[in-house]
Structures are given as C-alpha cells and as structure tokens.
Design a protein around this ligand. Sequence first.
Ligand code: FAD
Length: 463
Amino acid sequence: MGSTTQLTTLETFLQGYPAIKYILPSSPEYPAARKPWNGARLDNPMAVVQPQSPSDVAALVKFAKLNSIPFTIRSGGHNLEGRCVVQDALLIDMRALTDVTISSDRKTATVQGGILQDELANKLWEHGLATPTGAVPTVGYVGWAMYGGYGPFSAHWGLGVDQILGATVVNPNGDIVKADGVLLEGIRGAGGLFGVIIDLTIKVYPLSSLLAGPILFDPTDITKTFIDFNAAYEELLNSEGLPPQLTIQQICFNGPMGRAFGALFLWSGTDIEEGKRWSENIGSLGPLLVNMVAPTTMPEWFVANGAMIPSSLAGSGFSHNVRRMSPLIAETIGPNLAIMPSDPGCMVSIHQLRGPSAGPQDHPSVFATREPHYMLELLGFATSGDQEVSKQWALQTTEEIERADPENLLPTSYISVYNSTIQAKSSAEALEKTYGPNAEVLKDLKAKVDPEGVFALTVPALK
Ligand SMILES: Cc1cc2nc3c(=O)[nH]c(=O)nc-3n(C[C@H](O)[C@H](O)[C@H](O)COP(=O)(O)OP(=O)(O)OC[C@H]3O[C@@H](n4cnc5c(N)ncnc54)[C@H](O)[C@@H]3O)c2cc1C
C-alpha cells in the first residue's frame, strides 16, 4: 500500500474536490474496486479514485505529479496482464466518464474515456448508428480502440484505431488539451503513453439491422474439424472471396456442453437475406452442429456475448500474427484444441484482419501490422482451478506455432494480447515486437510530450 504520508496527502487533497469519489485500502469496497479482469494480478493500489469530470482528472494528474505519486489509468480493467493496477500506485478509475455526443451530420461521435463497449454500441444503436467494437461488453472502448481494436466489424469499417479522428487529453502538466496531428499519430496505437484520454472523436456509420450469432461444428474430432474448416475457409477466400460486411472470428471454448469450436458470424450489411445465405455458406465449411445466426439487435448481441465469457479469470494470454491459416498452422493448433484444459477460462480465438485497415491509412498511426493477417489469441486462463495448467497449455501452443511455420509469422504482434513479460525478454523487446519500426516514433514522441515521464505506468511500457 502507499505510505501513510502519501495517503494523508491524498485525503487532504480530496477534501478540496468533494466530487471525486475514492476508496481507500481500509474500505470494505476496496477488494472489489482494486480487482482487474485478470484475477492473477494481486497488486494493491494506494487507493482507487473515481473522477466525475474532465477537470477532476486534470486535478488528479496535477496532484500526482506535484507529489511524485505514481499512478495508473483504468477504464474497463481488461488489460490481459492486469497492468491497470500497480502495487502502491494511485489508481485513477475513469468509469464515471461515459458521455457520447453524436455530431449533427451523424458521421462522428465524441466518446468519453471511461465508456464500455456495450454502453457505446447500445447508445449508438438507439440512433441507428454503429462503430467498430469488440464482442465482449465489459471491455473499455477507449482501451480497445486506441491499441488496435480487432472485432466483428473490422472487415467492413476497419480496426478501432482507424476510427479515431480527434482526442481530448489531460497532458503530463495536468492541462486539458486537444491532441494535434502529431499526438494523434501516437494515440492511434499507443494512446495511454501520453496522457489520460478524456474523449475520442470517432467515425460512426448507419446501422439499423444486424445478423449475428455463433455457428458451431461437431467437436467429436475437433482437430480434424478445425483443420478442415480452415482449409475450406482459405479456399473460399481465394475463390469467391468474402463480402466486406461479413466478419468471422473463429473460437474454441469450453461451454456448458463441453468443448466447442465454431465461427462467430456477424453481418453488418443492409441485405439480411444475403447475410443469411452467407451464414449457410460458412456453416457448410464443416460438420455443422448448430447455426445460431439470426437477426438481432446490438443490445441483445452484447448480452448473448457477455453470457459466454466469465466476468473475471486468472492466468495469461499469448498472441501471434500469421499471414495465412496455412496447413502447418492449422495442423499445429488443431491437436492443441483437443488437449486444451477443460477450464472455461481456456480459449482460442482467431480474428481475421482484411479490408480497409489491412493496408496503408490516410490518418497516420503507430499501429504496426498493416497487411492482411490472422491475430491469434491463445488464452490460458482459469476460473478457479489451476491457472498454471492453463497458462502452460497456452504457452506451449504459442511456442509450437512459432516453430511450425516461421515464414508465415508476422514480425509484429498485437499489444493488447501479446504477453509482454513472457513472450519478450524485456520491455524494449516487447516494444519492438508490438510496434516494429514505429517503436522509434513512439520513443521520440514520448520524449517530446512527456519528458519527465509523468505517465510512467502505461501500456505500452517504455522502461
Ligand atoms: C475478455 C476480453 C476480451 C477482449 N476482446 C478483445 C477483442 O475482441 N479485440 C481486441 O482488439 N482486444 C480485445 N481484448 C483486449 C482489450 O481490448 C485490451 O486489453 C484493452 O486495452 C482493454 O481496455 P480496458 O479499458 O478494458 O482495460 P484497462 O485495463 O482499463 O486499460 C488498459 C490500459 O489502457 C490505458 N487506458 C485505458 N483507458 C485509458 C484512458 N481513458 N486514458 C489513458 N489511458 C487509458 C491504461 O494504460 C491501461 O493500463 C479483450 C480483452 C479481454 C480481457
């Protein structure tokens, strides 16, 4: 915990800011308030403070800087390594800042830094609009978008990071400023490094119908099913191709009925009948168990997704980007699905990036992986059982993938899933691995924007 002197200094400061809510280690609310999504992260912050306005955030940053108090920023708390919580550091919890303002031309929205994905998507849905998000409701939107943001709209509209047009930031001096073009380049890919994101202005799109749901295949011989599905999917991509309105995320998980493998299907086109034909097409790529694709609404879709994912897990996740789901990759992952531990925290999820974000962008960003690829998530988590077993399985699978088809592995990985402490030997190596040549751009920008390192406990880590 923070020193008694620091806590006293904090309490004195907070007396001048009665709107800021706070939870001290002595409070019965503290154990729940400190907990990140990854329950393996046991760090105890000095205190949890909950600003209610941008000026509260600015005051907190000024206070922390003046008193040399280290701090972290948390929105949804879903960083896979739990890095929003650091031992003895002040935890600034942004969850009260959730406003959404839609522009009069309905092409952009300004979204506050503490909003969750379902809160944003549901709000936009009320107005017949949408923007790319991931599928899990409780992930913080800004944390998802500013580091990349893969999800079921990415083939249609692009990654989260490519929706960002503007940002309001509390800078290292504790001032509220509008990001200029240079800062925006860094925010697009590494936002938390330079300040607190008070809001992002993002692109939004008309959307009033949605066709979505899982397509599950017979898991009896899951190895064969996975290999055959990927061979057929690659063939489909190379022959007919897939329409941009369709995004497929492959997933293997332990459900109530046992091990399951399938495709999370999402169609964001206006022609629902065409979407249904595509769902049948995808369902024909393997031994179909059940096709649950149906017209739905954004709120219903998020509720269904939320029910599939435990609200908190403990363990470690790993990631690689591969150009293709080559036979060598599929033949490596397939057998590992068969031996995946049975804990519901163990999962494999495969995002495909194609479409507008898989190439050069008009708006510069430090997000590095700009070619079509699959982002592999090897998730070794546990609900209550032995997290070490889950972690070892996920790590072993990751290492086997590395050896199986090195030519097919992309040089850069996705920061939000890549394990910066286990997959890399140092934070410098992790930075290279996640930002490639853009790591230098980041270091230069950090030296310019935050020379004193006020924002030290960030994602990514520079030291
Ligand atoms: C269950 C689950 C599902 C996921 N699904 C996907 C997915 O489908 N696609 C995908 O791309 N990623 C996915 N992720 C990864 C996720 O997008 C990232 O971990 C993301 O950064 C989480 O954001 P958060 O606000 O919830 O996390 P937090 O832990 O609160 O934040 C992570 C870091 O972001 C920074 N940060 C957050 N908010 C701010 C802010 N307002 N200002 C400044 N810095 C800030 C801080 O440095 C903080 O440590 C998933 C993660 C989990 C656990």
